[in-house]
Write a new protein. Structure first.
Length: 255
C-alpha cells in the first residue's frame, strides 16, 4: 500500500531520486566522453553533491540524504562541463496547455534560482523547451530534436503518460535521463528505459490502492466512480475499482 510522503521522509526520498538522476547526467557526456567548456573538470561525485545542495534549498530544515547514504560512489569519471542545457517537453498548446504552463513556470523559477546561486558548478542552465501539444506523436518529435542536441543533458517531461511513453523510446536509446512530474501510468514502471526514466509522482496503481484503502477505512462498502474518459481517467478508475472490489460490489459511471 502506498504511504503518503510528508516532511523529511518525502524530502529524503526525492533527494535520493535526484542524486541517482544527476549521476546519470555525469555518465551522459558528449561524444568522446568530453564536453567542451570553460568550467573545468568535474566528476560524478560533485554532480551528485550539487543535487543534494539543490534539494537542501527546496526542503528547508528537512534532512537531506548524503551521497554516501544514497549509494556507493561509482568510479570517478572526468568530464568537462560546458553549456548545461535542460530539455523540457510540455504542452504549450492543446487541452492540457494550462497545466503545462504552470509546470513550465515552476521549472523556470527553479532554474532562475539555481543560476542566481552560481549555476551548476559555474555553468548556467539553459532551457530548451518543446511543445508536446499533449500528443504522443508531437512528443516523439520533440524528444528526437532534444536527443540530437548534444548539449542537452537531461529532459523534464512529459505530462501525459502516453506522451512520456513515446519520449522514453527515444531518450533511452541516447542515454538521456528523463524525469516526469505527472506521468502516472503503471506501464511506465516496467518500461524498457535502461534505467533513465524517473518520476516524482506515484503510479495509478499506488494511487488507486491508497484511495480504496482510505474509503474502506472510512467504512464505505459501495462506491460510484466519476472519471474523465481518457487514458489517465480510465487507468486510475480501473486501479481503484480493482482494489475496492476485493470485498464488495461497486457502481461506476463516467463523464
Amino acid at each position: 500500500m502506498m504511504e503518503t510522503l510528508e516532511g523529511s521522509s518525502g524530502c529524503a526520498l526525492i533527494g535520493v531520486l535526484f542524486i541517482r538522476f544527476t549521476r546519470l547526467l555525469a555518465r551522459n557526456p558528449s561524444p568522446g566522453d568530453i564536453i567542451p567548456g570553460p568550467v573545468g573538470t568535474i566528476s560524478q561525485r560533485y554532480v551528485s553533491l550539487f543535487a543534494a545542495a539543490a534539494i537542501a534549498a527546496s526542503c528547508g530544515d528537512d534532512p537531506v540524504p548524503s551521497v554516501a547514504d544514497a549509494a556507493p560512489a561509482p568510479e570517478e569519471t572526468t568530464v568537462v562541463l560546458g553549456d548545461f542545457k535542460l530539455g523540457v517537453i510540455l504542452p504549450k498548446t492543446g487541452e492540457r496547455a494550462q497545466i503545462g504552463s504552470q509546470v513550465a513556470n515552476a521549472i523556470s523559477l527553479a532554474v532562475e534560482q539555481i543560476n542566481d546561486s552560481g549555476g551548476v558548478l559555474g555553468a548556467r542552465i539553459q532551457l530548451v523547451e518543446r511543445d508536446s501539444r499533449g500528443d504522443p506523436e508531437a512528443g516523439l518529435e520533440a524528444a528526437v530534436l532534444l536527443a540530437q542536441d548534444k548539449d542537452v543533458r537531461a529532459v523534464v517531461g512529459a505530462l501525459a503518460s502516453s506522451v512520456t511513453e513515446q519520449v522514453v523510446t527515444v531518450t533511452s536509446k541516447s542515454g538521456l535521463p528523463v524525469i516526469s512530474p505527472a506521468s502516472t501510468s503503471p506501464t511506465l514502471t516496467d518500461a524498457s528505459d535502461g534505467g533513465t526514466f524517473f518520476r516524482t509522482v506515484p503510479s495509478d496503481a499506488q494511487q488507486g490502492e491508497a484511495m480504496a484503502a482510505y474509503a474502506r477505512g472510512e467504512g464505505y462498502e459501495r462506491a460510484a466512480i466519476l472519471y474523465v474518459d481518457d487514458d489517465y481517467g480510465r487507468s486510475l478508475s480501473a486501479e481503484f475499482e480493482a482494489a475496492f472490489e476485493r470485498a464488495e460490489s461497486l457502481v461506476r459511471a463516467f463523464f
